[in-house]
Design a protein around this ligand. Structure first.
Ligand SMILES: N[C@@H](CCC(=O)N[C@@H](CS)C(=O)NCC(=O)O)C(=O)O
Ligand SMILES: [Zn+2]
Ligand SMILES: [Zn+2]
Length: 190
């Protein structure tokens, strides 16, 4: 295969542990790395092909999951963090020195407010939930990927056991739509 989806999934999925206690994420700095401590396991782990999520060099996808904000704590060198784009829904906190995103937080009124977005590959611990699906797959094209190779990408994802979606998975899209219906005051009216 001429492309790498992501090193965590190129050779198949490694199942997570149901009793995983959590662990620490580190940025890539060799000196004074930013450290984030996470209690418990992550939820909704997935591959994301969008242009905004942090990807390791050479990977087409990001691997990103959510975790309740109360389970996330910056435990070292937080002074190196800066928000990548203050206008984005997800305020991605990245290390100023190495560029790695440590956590993304939603502050505005949103269905996913209360959940932080994190990359479990930044941890040495084993047992994090394995990716469940692939999101924003067609977004690769917007970043310059050859549209003719999208069939190969989707086939590779499928062979690993990941369903491809061009936005989020149906349960997450339903959660976003439920929030929108509540906001519009139309929930249950149809
Ligand atoms: N096609 C767009 C999609 C971006 C997008 O909607 N990303 C999703 C998945 S991470 C999102 O929730 N974005 C909100 C945000 O980044 O703040 C891109 O590649 O930039
Ligand atoms: Zn760093
Ligand atoms: Zn994304």
């Amino acid at each position: 295969m001429a492309f790498s989806l992501h090193p965590l999934i190129d050779n198949g999925l490694t199942k997570g542990s149901d009793s995983f206690p959590g662990g620490k994420l580190h940025c890539h700095c060799s000196s004074k790395p930013v450290e984030v401590t996470i209690k418990g396991n992550v939820l909704h782990n997935h591959a994301c092909g969008c242009s905004q999520c942090w990807k390791p060099k050479g990977a087409l996808f990001s691997i990103v999951a959510v975790v309740p904000v109360d389970n996330v704590e910056v435990t070292a060198n937080g002074d190196k963090l800066e928000i990548v784009n203050k206008d984005a829904t997800i305020l991605r906190h990245a290390c100023k020195d190495c560029g790695v995103h440590l956590y993304g937080r939603i502050e505005k009124d949103h269905a996913f407010k209360g959940l932080d977005f994190v990359h479990v590959e930044l941890s040495d611990e084993k047992g994090w939930q394995e990716p469940q699906f692939a999101a924003f797959v067609s977004s690769l094209i917007e970043q310059g990927f050859d549209p003719a190779k999208m069939g190969d990408v989707r086939a590779k994802l499928k062979s690993i056991g990941l369903e491809s979606y061009d936005a989020l998975s149906p349960p997450l899209m339903d959660a976003l739509a439920t929030f929108a219906a509540e906001k519009a005051g139309v929930k249950g009216k149809l």
